[in-house]
Write a protein that binds this ligand. Structure first.
Ligand SMILES: Nc1ncnc2c1ncn2[C@@H]1O[C@H](COP(=O)(O)OP(=O)(O)OP(=O)(O)O)[C@@H](O)[C@H]1O
Ligand SMILES: [Mg+2]
Length: 329
């Protein structure tokens, strides 16, 4: 915590943010005492189940929702006291991409959003055209946004946010509704913004592949509160399941299976016949693999190959929010 306070490259600091909505006489704690920071040149992922409070957090930071309490600092400036100044540093694509003008074309939209940032649109034509092409809007630049498909509208919304060329960018579900190819392109672009342009991107997504590939750090939110704030790599290795797939020849008979089940709680035999098998074993300690080999050898079974499950953020996430059980054995 101390280390975080001292970082000079802090772009965004959220401290004790709290927001309660009143709905039909009931109180909904959307954001509860939330604190986190984002640093220059990093992609920070906000993760959490539906209704966890991700969008509300982003809206509070942008001043679109008035928090009950808490502080937001953008480049060291209090965002509530210096709202206009801070808003010039931030751009956002919110849920439903409502930041696009439906009657304007993508080209007109990006020019408009660049100009409200006070940029010289004529001198920046190349950059803005590049942005439209980078997002695969090349053939659609002159079509009014209301005539575009959902994915094209989403891309136009992202282009408009990037047209403002701000150092801090919020993307609420940026790949929602995008086809596979475009989603991959979008991921590449987000990494480019952080790595090459040293911008800070805060994104929310339910797509774990996207989060795993683009986020340097992840803040997991549940019921409006931060439950985990760590690097993506740490989270993956912390929760990496030691699931081994063992392939071989010989017969895993009832007795062998019984011996295996005595030691390992999670075993599966998805493919087994009289002279070959595929065995899946989850182990808590890597040394347990020796026990596995001993049992197979003692039963005259030949091992032909072993592979391990790929690291997976999705599993880490599910375990953290308690939707999947951990390994006990
Ligand atoms: N304007 C509002 N009025 C009343 N309640 C609201 C309002 N906006 C959000 N909420 C409530 O606040 C909670 C958090 O909602 P929020 O939209 O921030 O979640 P989220 O994490 O973005 O979810 P999702 O993954 O579904 O987008 C939910 O219980 C939601 O119903
Ligand atoms: Mg949301």
């Amino acid at each position: 915590m101390e280390q975080e306070e001292l970082r000079l490259d802090t772009v965004l600091k959220v401290k004790g943010l709290t927001k309660t909505f009143r709905r039909r006489g009931r109180c909904v704690s959307a954001v509860r005492d939330m604190s986190f920071s984002a640093w220059s040149g990093e992609v920070l992922g906000l993760l959490g189940p539906n209704g966890a409070g991700k969008s509300t957090t982003i809206k509070c930071i942008l001043g679109l929702v008035q928090p009950d309490s808490g502080e937001v600092e953008v480049f060291g400036r209090d965002a509530m006291q210096h709202r206009r100044e801070c808003l010039r540093m931030m751009s956002a694509v919110l849920e439903g991409s409502r930041n696009v003008y439906w009657r304007l074309t993508p080209r007109e939209n990006v020019r408009f959003f660049a100009s409200i940032q006070g940029r010289d649109v004529r001198r920046e034509t190349e950059r803005l055209e590049g942005l439209l092409h980078l997002l695969g809007l090349g053939d659609w630049v002159d079509v009014p946004a209301m005539e575009l498909s959902q994915g094209m509208k989403q891309k136009t919304a992202v282009a408009c946010a990037l047209a403002r060329d701000t150092p801090l960018i919020f993307l609420d579900e940026p790949t929602l509704g995008l086809d596979v190819e475009t989603s991959i392109e979008m991921r590449g672009m987000i990494r480019h913004l952080a790595e090459v342009e040293q911008r800070t991107v805060v994104l929310s997504s339910h797509d774990m592949k996207v989060v795993q590939q683009v986020c340097d750090r992840v803040v997991i939110i549940e019921d409006g509160a931060v439950v985990v704030d760590d690097t993506t790599d740490n989270l993956i290795s912390l929760f990496q399941r030691r699931l081994y797939r063992v392939r071989g020849s010989g017969r895993i008979d009832g007795e062998t299976e019984r011996q295996l089940r005595e030691i390992f709680r999670n075993i599966g035999l998805p493919d087994v016949d009289d002279d070959s098998f595929l065995l899946e074993v989850e182990v808590a300690r890597p040394e347990a693999l020796y026990d596995l080999m001993d049992i197979l050898r003692a039963n005259g079974i030949l091992v032909e190959g072993i592979s391990q499950d790929e690291p997976d953020l999705e599993r880490a996430f599910l375990q953290i929010i308690g939707r999947e059980e951990g390994v006990r054995a």
